[in-house]
Structures are given as C-alpha cells and as structure tokens.
Design a protein around this ligand. Structure first.
Ligand code: AMP
Length: 537
C-alpha cells in the first residue's frame, strides 16, 4: 500500500473541494455570522501565510485563547497547516497556570479573543517566549491593550495569501496540536497530538456505531475548543463536510436552545452541566428541538435521570461517552448492542448510563489488585488504554512515568466491566474534583489551606452538586491555641485560585480520618460530610 502521511491539510482540502457551499455558523459579538467552507479555506490559507510572515517555524507552538467560533476553526487548520503546533489554552485556568503552560509550551504567538484580553494582560510580563499577539475581534480597530506587539486578525488576513499551500508532505507522527490537562497536584500536564492521531480519531467519530458524524449532520460542539480539541469535532466536521454551529462567547442554556432550534442542529456535544442547564431551559420554553438526533455527553458521568428526561420527555436521544485529554479524547461510547434492544426500558437505561465499550481502534485492560479483573460488573480495577490516538507521554514532564507504563496509559479511573464489555467508572484514583466538566485539584487546595498559619490539616473532597456535578468542600483542623474564621480562610485562598476553584464550604473538624499509612481517608470523609450536611439541613 502507498505510504501516504495522514495530515490536517488533507482534511481542510476535502472541505474546500467537495463541500465549498456547506457552512460554519458562529455566534459572534454582533450576531450570527455564516461562512462557507470555501471562505473558511481561503481565510485559513491567509492566516497560515500571515503566521509564516510573522516568522512562525515548523514545530513551534502557537497558542489560542478563544471561544468556539470560525476564527478559532481557522487557527485549527492554519497552525498545523504550516507545520506548527496548535496549542489551545484553557481560558478558565488561574493566571499562574496560564503563564505556566504558555512558558512550558514555549508559545511563539498567541491568538486571543478581544474579550479575553485582560486574562493575558495579567500574565504578560511572565510570558517572554511570546513574540506576537494576534487579536481576534469583530471591531475594525484594535482594542486598547497593554500587550505588544499586537496585530489585528482581520487586517492580517487582508494581507494574506488565499492560495497559500498548506504542508501535506509532513511526517504524520509530527505534532499538530497540544492541550494541557489539570493534574491532581502541581502544574497542568501537556499532551501533543500528532497529525496521524487527529486524522484517525476523526475517522472514529464518523463510524456508524460511534458518534456517526456525517455530511448530513449539523454539529454543535458546546464543549470548548480548548478542551481536548472540542472532542475532535471541528477537525472531523470539516473533513466530512458537516455543517458546524459554534456557540461563541459566554453562552447560556437559552442561547444554546435558540441556536439548536434555529440552525436545526442534529448533534450537540458537551459535558453534563451543559445538558442539565439545557434541560431546565426546555422545561421553561416551547423549543422545537426535533432536529436533534443525538446529544453526545462526556467529561463527567451523565446522571441517569438526565438521560431519561431527554429521551422520554423530549424525545432527544442521548449518548454517554468517555475519554480524556490524553486520549484525543473519544475511546468509549455507550450504545446498546442489537441483541440488547429487547430489554426493558429500565434495563436499557441502566446499560446506557454506563460509559460504554471501546470504539474500534483502541485496546483496554483493567488492572485490579491481583492482575486483570473479571468482567462481572463488580470487580474494580484501573482502566488502561492504548491505541493510535492515545498519548504515550506528557510533554517534557517527569510525571509521564507514573501514567505511561509498559505501553499502556494508566487512566487513574477505577472501573468495573460487565459481561458485555461495558465499563462503568466508579471512582478516580486521584480524587480530583470535576466541576462543570473542568477539574479542580483537591491537593492544590489542601496545600494552600495547610499553608495558612492557623491550619493544622486540610482535606478537600468532592460533594455531588445538582448543577456542577461536583463541588469542593474543604475540611480543616485548626492548630491548637490558634483561631481562624471561615471568611479569613476565603480571603486567604481568593488571590491564589480562580473563583470557581474556591470550596463551596469550609467545615471545621477536630481531626481528618486517615488510612493506616497516614493518608487522608477521603471515602470516610465524604461519608462524614454527608452526615454533616444532612444534620445542617
Ligand atoms: P479530561 O482530560 O479533562 O477530559 O478529563 C478526563 C477524565 O474525566 C477521565 O479520566 C474521567 O475521570 C472523567 N470522565 C470523562 N468522561 C467521563 C464519563 N463519561 N463519566 C465519568 N467520568 C468521565
């Protein structure tokens, strides 16, 4: 067979060649804008030529700090299209972590949405590697900013070359994208995605028994483009000629519902928090979402009641899926097998509320205390994965050896597997807290609290939350002879963390339960908190 390198430029070329009339619809500052794939192709090539003009070299990282919209999509193709690496930066990280990952990735250029400028201005003196800032704005003038040098995205495009050739003879293993994932402790960890991985992962999104993304779909990635490449949907959608609907900045459930109805969205993807919000919105309004053939939900466990409400009340099919930033992310997806269709409604829901089984192309093993666990739906073990779109290390990071061992990614997720191969996530080895699909490190909060002069011990655990899935609660033990109030502790934490990282409550305790080796026994602590809150209410 021919040894043709898989690459990102081929995906865009297909959109331009076969689907020049299909559209990308974005919610921007002054309303909805529509671009055809022909226009997206030209604009992407112009951006690629502009980046080249700015001196970006193959292999160098270009960061994006942006919402989901057509300009971000253009960056998705233009940056790898010149052999550089698209580094999507999570806009919700604390300034310290934002500066850390820009430095660690050694970003040369940053593309920034105008409304997000203040967040980069905060760290401007700490990111010396960045040689140019490109501002993505709908206004004709550049906004006032302390960043320098700054370029206007649309002005750069005006001077760009609409016929610029994107690189196709690239080694398919070379990096095309990069994303950082929050760690249990310490700084975020970087993952490089190769051209090959992105193409193969996109193909998996199109399989009939997977997300079945196709040309006839109207896909709305609600999942941010800085979260595992919006689950790869922008790449796959362009490749397949799928209409894309981009919800833009700071959307609300109402905006999502309106866009889904107006643009006749068929597939929408996001974390459970988004769908809980939409469910509330649907209860209020009279939306017609009959176009939706599936909602793809992952990032945190999808509550069974939510799946039931979407399907029974609103006739919107719901697909639960699982993945990680390290896995591109799609690896597991919950669809019934043909011979499970005869089961009762409740039985089917029980199965579909699990995370599902492997999509073709990846392998798994589940390692328990005594080796591989039995597939009996009860025995627990850590899920390990391998495959062509699964990372084999963290970028320049000592912590690689903890997660990547003997050719497998140790996910840190504890699962059971049933007889049919459906996995169910039962816990995390790391006790990280997932709030609205984003991670909060319990250990970071604990370390911060324990740095307070009046605090002896602090343990932070997740408690279930109806809107955000999980929220952190801090439990603290005050040093003998010292005293401190809740408010003083919040004042102490506030400058160190993003607002949404702050614990919902701080509970004072006489001691934190511990294991035999002196580690916090978080399971026990969660039980105690459950009792505590039951008594408080
Ligand atoms: P991230 O890298 O931010 O996408 O987070 C990956 C982690 O999210 C996984 O290791 C799981 O702990 C969790 N996760 C992802 N999808 C699901 C799901 N469907 N159900 C439960 N947890 C999930």
């Amino acid at each position: 067979m021919m040894n043709v390198p898989l690459n990102i430029a081929l995906m865009l070329e297909r959109a331009e060649t076969f689907f020049p009339k299909k559209t990308v619809i974005s919610r921007m500052k002054h309303g909805i804008v529509r671009h055809t794939y022909r226009e997206i192709g030209e604009r992407t090539r112009k951006l690629a030529s502009a980046l080249k003009q700015l001196g970006v070299q193959p292999g160098e990282r270009v960061g994006t700090f942006a919402w989901n919209h057509h300009r971000h999509l253009e960056a998705y193709f233009a940056i790898p299209g010149i052999g550089a690496v698209l580094h999507t930066i999570n806009i919700r990280l604390s300034p310290q972590h934002i500066a850390y990952i820009i430095n660690h990735a050694d970003d040369r250029v940053l593309l920034i949405d105008d409304d997000l400028l203040p967040l980069i201005e905060k760290v401007k003196d700490d990111i010396p590697s960045v040689k140019a800032f490109i501002i993505m704005t709908d206004e004709s003038e550049l906004p006032n900013t302390t960043l320098s040098p700054v370029y206007h995205y649309e002005e750069l495009l005006k001077e760009g070359d609409a016929r610029f050739s994107l690189v196709k003879d690239i080694d398919e293993h070379s990096p095309a994208g990069m994303c950082y994932t929050s760690a249990t402790t310490g700084n975020p960890k970087g993952i490089l995605y190769s051209h090959r991985a992105i193409v193969l992962h996109s193909m998996a999104l199109g399989l009939a028994d997977s997300a079945a993304l196709s040309e006839s779909d109207v896909a709305m990635p609600v999942v941010p483009m800085f979260h595992a490449n919006a689950w790869g949907l922008p790449f796959a959608a362009a490749w397949f000629g799928t209409t894309l609907v981009m919800p833009g900045a700071a959307f609300t459930p109402q905006i999502l519902a309106q866009m889904m109805e107006a643009e006749k969205v068929t597939l929408a993807a996001g974390v459970p928090t988004v769908w809980l919000g939409l469910l509330n919105e649907l209860e209020k309004g009279t939306y017609d979402l009959s176009s939706v053939t599936r909602i793809l939900c992952g990032g945190s466990a999808a509550p069974k009641g939510m799946i039931r409400a979407f399907e029974e009340k609103y006739r919107i099919p719901f697909i639960h899926a699982y993945g990680m930033t390290e896995t591109s992310p799609l690896v597991v997806l919950s669809r019934l097998k043909s011979y499970q269709q005869h089961l009762s409604g409740d039985e089917k829901l029980d199965i579909r509320a699990k995370q599902g089984f492997l999509v073709p192309g990846v392998e798994m093993k589940v390692v328990g205390k005594d080796g591989d666990v039995e597939w009996n739906g009860a025995e627990m073990g850590e899920l390990c994965l391998r495959g062509p779109w699964i990372a084999d290390e963290y970028y320049n990071d000592e912590r690689s050896k903890e997660a990547f061992r003997d050719g497998w990614l140790y996910t840190g997720d504890v699962v059971t597997v049933d007889e049919e191969g459906f996995i169910k996530i039962v816990d995390r080895t790391k006790d990280v807290i997932k709030s609205g699909g984003e991670w909060i490190s319990s250990v970071d909060l604990e370390n911060a609290l324990m740095a307070h002069e009046a605090i002896f011990e602090a343990a932070v655990v997740a408690v279930p939350h109806p809107e955000w899935q999980e929220r952190p609660i801090a439990c603290v033990v005050v040093k003998e002879g010292k005293s401190v109030t809740k408010e003083e502790l919040y004042d102490f934490l506030r400058p160190q963390f993003a607002k949404w990282w702050l614990p919902d409550d701080i509970v004072f305790m006489s001691e934190i339960p511990k294991t035999s080796v002196g580690k916090f026994l978080k399971l026990k602590l969660r039980e105690q908190l459950r009792d505590y809150f039951a008594n408080v209410q």
